[in-house]
Design a protein around this ligand. Structure first.
Ligand SMILES: Nc1ncnc2c1ncn2[C@@H]1O[C@H](COP(=O)(O)OP(=O)(O)OP(=O)(O)O)[C@@H](O)[C@H]1O
Length: 263
């Protein structure tokens, strides 16, 4: 039986989710998830296809699809959002970068960034120039329609769009999906640099265990909607174990919250 070590998180939480549930009709996509993210850390949310990664990220960001039923509480720096009943308004401090960036294909790079920045709303913002500083390739492509960008460029634009309203927490849904290895390496390197320079907290959904150490400092494993392990050290032995779990051949886990309290 594969064993995965567990680690207690001592740093004070910036984002704290308690008893988060997401249902689509009878389908339960996220069950009783408790998690904590510290300021300035990168955490991977590792799980197989259909494990509930997207549903958990959208619940944290307040952008679940209409018709989904949510319950639980998300607290950001002590400010609580009750998820029961009506959908809460998305908090600009928690930004979601959807799978494959989800850019507007018929708008240029520059227009995508402006749309993401929004207008007439209170709060801090970045400029397109700030984003181009992080992703120089996007500056070269600023007048190109986003639909004509490569997959890697679209992913970087998606990240840039997520940054425009100066979030404190960036949630990324499978940013490596469908990209060539050198591009994935570049995305991983940029994310770590952004985290360190901006003090961002990152939660990165990933279904391929090989990228976890490049994307994150620790990992949460999600299976059938529940967080079943947390992994504090992403070394080779732990990665093998996670790989087996993601393929459904590893340790059968019980919910983390039952064993070690909140994550
Ligand atoms: N809008 C929806 N309506 C109904 N069921 C949904 C909806 N979105 C997701 N589900 C179901 O909820 C479960 C979790 O899906 P989710 O997309 O959150 O998982 P995931 O880990 O992100 O998977 P993937 O990597 O394949 O996107 C799956 O069984 C999925 O079929």
């Amino acid at each position: 039986m594969v064993q995965i070590e567990r680690e207690t998180v001592d740093a004070p939480a910036l984002l704290h989710a308690e008893q988060l549930n997401v249902r689509y009709g009878r389908q339960i996509a996220v069950r009783a998830v408790d998690l904590q993210l510290a300021r300035g850390e990168s955490v991977a949310l590792a799980g197989a296809n259909g494990a509930g990664k997207t549903s958990l990220l959208t619940a944290l960001a307040g952008v679940v699809p209409p018709g989904a039923a949510l319950s639980g509480r998300v607290t950001l720096d002590g400010r609580a959002h009750d998820l029961a009943g009506r959908r809460r308004a998305p908090d600009p401090a928690i930004a979601l970068v959807p799978e494959r960036g989800k850019v507007f294909g018929l708008l240029t790079v520059e227009e995508n960034l402006r749309v993401a920045r929004g207008a007439g709303l209170a709060g801090a913002r970045l400029t397109s120039d700030d984003v181009y500083g992080w992703f120089p390739r996007l500056r070269e492509r600023r007048r190109t329609l986003a639909g004509n960008l490569s997959g890697g460029e679209q992913q970087m634009l998606g990240i840039g769009m997520g940054l425009m309203r100066a979030p404190r927490v960036l949630l990324l849904d499978e940013p490596t999906l469908g990209l060539a290895v050198p591009v994935i390496e570049e995305v991983c390197e940029r994310l770590a640099a952004l985290r360190d320079a901006l003090g961002l907290t990152l939660l990165v959904a990933e279904s391929d265990s090989q990228w976890l150490p490049r994307l994150a400092q620790r990992a949460l494993i999600i299976d059938r909607g529940a967080l079943v392990h947390r992994v504090g050290r992403l070394d080779a032995a732990q990665l093998d174990a996670i790989h087996d779990i993601l393929l459904g051949i590893g340790a059968t886990a019980s919910p983390l919250s039952d064993e070690v309290g909140h994550v």
